[in-house]
Ligand binder design. Structure first.
Ligand SMILES: *Cc1c(COP(=O)(O)O)cnc(C)c1O
Length: 411
């Protein structure tokens, strides 16, 4: 490295526009490309591959940073950590039994810091912000991304400003505020919050950290694909069901698989990528079915699965590309199915999914019935947040300690 500040070798060569391919220099602050599209990070994969092996990675701590060579942070001192551990793959016995399938695995991302997989993307975005000298960050959020931004910014000594729809659950809003962000509720949806963040940049000097409007959240979410491949002994599963809002994770995993194939760590097989949305907000499903490259803004978006209540995604064409290239599809499920599935899996196997995770389970049931997913396929469901941050059904039974207790009646 020519710059003395950089203590670790990383393999980033440049950034590129996801639409036109135009190059942009690394090591500078960027939002979107000139044409208003997301920027992607490019690596010298040849050099990367000659500097690290699967065996070396296997000896490292079970956390996101074990994939250091695949990530853009140059100076190790800039890494902001809250314990980004690898997340487990848990067989869903009730789905396997009910659907007569051999392998339905839940990737439980609720174990990550701040209780959701947003921690992966934000850990990278904030570490890169620190590296590039950004001191003030802002974002629109439906809850989980804001919680991660607040926590990582506070950890890094960076100011954070978070804007959420005013119907975001109180537990999320309070978590964001308690972790040190300036927190604002807005009478609108996430895209309205996004407009406020974007328009405020000039007056406030804050950095717009919106989904895909900065280049590094994708790199953090890419680790889901790297981790999944490693956990399956450097194989990919047959099908991945991903609850799709802005689509960072789906795009990031697709990037991971392409990079892994380029260095020969996996073959040309790809999982079929299935974008799961709620029927009250399904712009990607509509565009997929109409064979379009871009999705239209979804009006009156409603779903209790807040993480996927995203009426317009700037990376829509990247989501649709990955889904189509993979031979996958996009599908929507009703909120009533989401709730029913969440309750059933929690009661039957002690696995409390978030509504977005439950949406992938409901989609699996629907698509096995339709024949679009076969019973002999290995399926991964993404449970992207802990179910503990969402409203739960009441539990009102009572015991009066001053009265005789009829224990048999408790059974
Ligand atoms: C953000 C979020 C999603 C959507 O993730 P994207 O990668 O932005 O599509 C799904 N579920 C939960 C719980 C989320 O917080």
């Amino acid at each position: 490295m020519t710059n003395a500040l950089f203590d670790a070798e990383t393999f980033v060569t440049h950034l590129s526009c996801s639409e036109t391919g135009k190059h942009y220099p690394a090591d500078q602050i960027h939002n979107l490309s000139d044409t208003g599209k997301p920027l992607l990070v490019n690596y010298d994969l040849k050099r990367l591959a000659s500097n690290v092996s699967k065996a070396q990675i296997a000896t490292r701590a079970p956390e996101l940073w074990r994939y250091r060579e695949f990530l853009p942070v140059r100076n190790t001192a800039n890494i902001v950590r809250l314990g980004e551990l690898m997340t487990p793959l848990i067989p869903s016995q009730s789905l396997q039994n009910a659907l007569s399938m051999e392998s339905v695995l839940v990737k439980d991302e609720g174990r990550l810091p701040t209780g959701s997989f947003k921690a992966r993307g934000i850990a990278l975005a904030v570490s890169m912000a620190k590296e590039l000298g950004i001191t003030r960050m802002a974002m629109p959020t439906n809850g989980n991304a804001g919680a991660a931004l607040a926590a990582y910014c506070t950890r890094a000594g960076i100011e954070s400003f978070v804007f959420c729809p005013d119907d975001t659950p109180q537990v999320n809003i309070r978590e964001i505020a308690l972790q040190g962000a300036q927190t604002f509720q807005v009478n609108g949806l996430i895209n309205d919050c996004g407009r406020i963040v974007g328009e405020g940049c000039a007056a406030t000097g804050w950095f717009d950290t919106s989904t895909l409007k900065e280049p590094y959240r994708i790199e953090g979410k890419k680790t889901m694909g790297l981790e999944l491949a490693e956990q399956l002994n450097w194989q990919v599963p047959d099908v991945i069901l991903y609850p799709t809002g802005g689509g960072t994770g789906l795009i990031g995993m697709w990037k991971a698989f392409n990079e892994l194939e380029a260095i020969g760590w996996i073959g040309s097989k790809r999982p079929r990528m299935v974008a799961v949305q709620a029927s009250g907000c399904a712009p990607i499903v509509k565009a997929f079915e109409e064979n379009k490259d871009h999705a239209e803004l979804w009006s009156d978006a409603t779903t209790l699965a807040a993480g996927i209540r995203v009426p317009a995604a700037i990376g829509d064409f990247l989501i649709l590309n990955a889904v189509r290239e993979s031979g996958g599809f996009a599908t929507a499920v009703d909120d009533s199915d989401i709730l029913e599935t969440q309750t059933r899996i929690a009661r039957q196997e002690g696995l409390l999914l978030c509504p977005e995770g439950a949406a992938t389970a409901a989609a699996l049931v629907k698509e096995v019935a339709s024949g679009r997913i076969r019973r002999d396929e290995q399926v991964i469901l993404f449970n992207c947040a802990t179910g503990l941050k969402y409203p739960m059904p009441g539990a009102e039974r009572f015991v009066d300690r001053f009265e005789p207790i009829n224990y048999k009646a408790l059974l």
